[in-house]
Ligand binder design. Sequence first.
Ligand SMILES: Cc1cc2nc3c(=O)[nH]c(=O)nc-3n(C[C@H](O)[C@H](O)[C@H](O)COP(=O)(O)O)c2cc1C
Length: 293
Amino acid sequence: MGAEQKTQFQIDKTKCIKCGKCINTCSGMVIEFGADGYPQMKEFERFGWRGCWRCQHCLAVCPVGAISIFGKKPEDSLPPPPKEMGEYLERLVTNRRSCRRFLDKNVDPGIITGILSAMAAAPTGGNAMGVEYTVIDDKNRVNEIRKAAYAKMDADAKRHIYTHSFSDFYYGKMKESEKTVRKGDLLFCGAPHLFIAHEKCTGKWAEDSKTNCHLAAAYFELLCNAHGLGTTIMSYSAEVLNELAPEARAMLNIPKDHYTGLIIGFGYPEIEYARGVQKDRSAKTHRWTQAHK
Ligand SMILES: Cc1cc2nc3c(=O)[nH]c(=O)nc-3n(C[C@H](O)[C@H](O)[C@H](O)COP(=O)(O)O)c2cc1C
């Protein structure tokens, strides 16, 4: 099968202005000018480094919407964000807080669908897109997983068996916090829903796979906050599922050999914050900058 068939790469010659932007942005370097002066796709062996990256930059960059690839039409793409977005995003980042009190209510599935659809565009190393998302948007199912994880953790604690972060001291702290601020659930922060990015991590690109998961978690967290949802990035719950409670982890239906380093708890927040915090990390920012006159 030819490259243009494999990718369904199509140029609308009635629109194309032969500007060459698609050629200059093609990550896989598989687009070139044809003898007729219009872009065409070169033959390639396989997707990835030996051919098309499936990144769709050609479709995204074309100023006149002349390129279609993988059956995607340019008119179906979302437009770029408005200029004010930079300031809004700064506000979003400084105003997002880890949420540890949620309403006992399922989130509108339409909001979750919108977020997941944007998540498909989260970056992955080499655009390999091997990362998978598991979303539990039924609060009752999350409760079952929570119960199974706690049953195992509490039983093991009686024998002083813990995950790597816990000990008699920290288990005691956890139980103390659960009487007040953590409302009976330090592990899952009382979240009604869970999002887990996971990927099989093997071979040369194993570290990229973990990074893909972490990036997906960060994108998901911000998207949720942009929709007014509360989120918590959780390592304790992931740790307990991975190290202590395989039966609870199995309830997620995630393959055993997939990396699951973080879980994002999300839902409607019980607490609203009136303003952002003022963290100062200037001493930890190492900036080499040009001298200003
Ligand atoms: C890698 C990582 C793991 C975290 N694990 C947990 C966790 O298991 N439970 C929790 O309540 N918060 C967890 N957090 C949230 C942090 O504790 C939180 O970001 C920090 O307290 C600052 O609060 P803020 O997010 O409101 O700025 C985690 C954050 C990160 C980045």
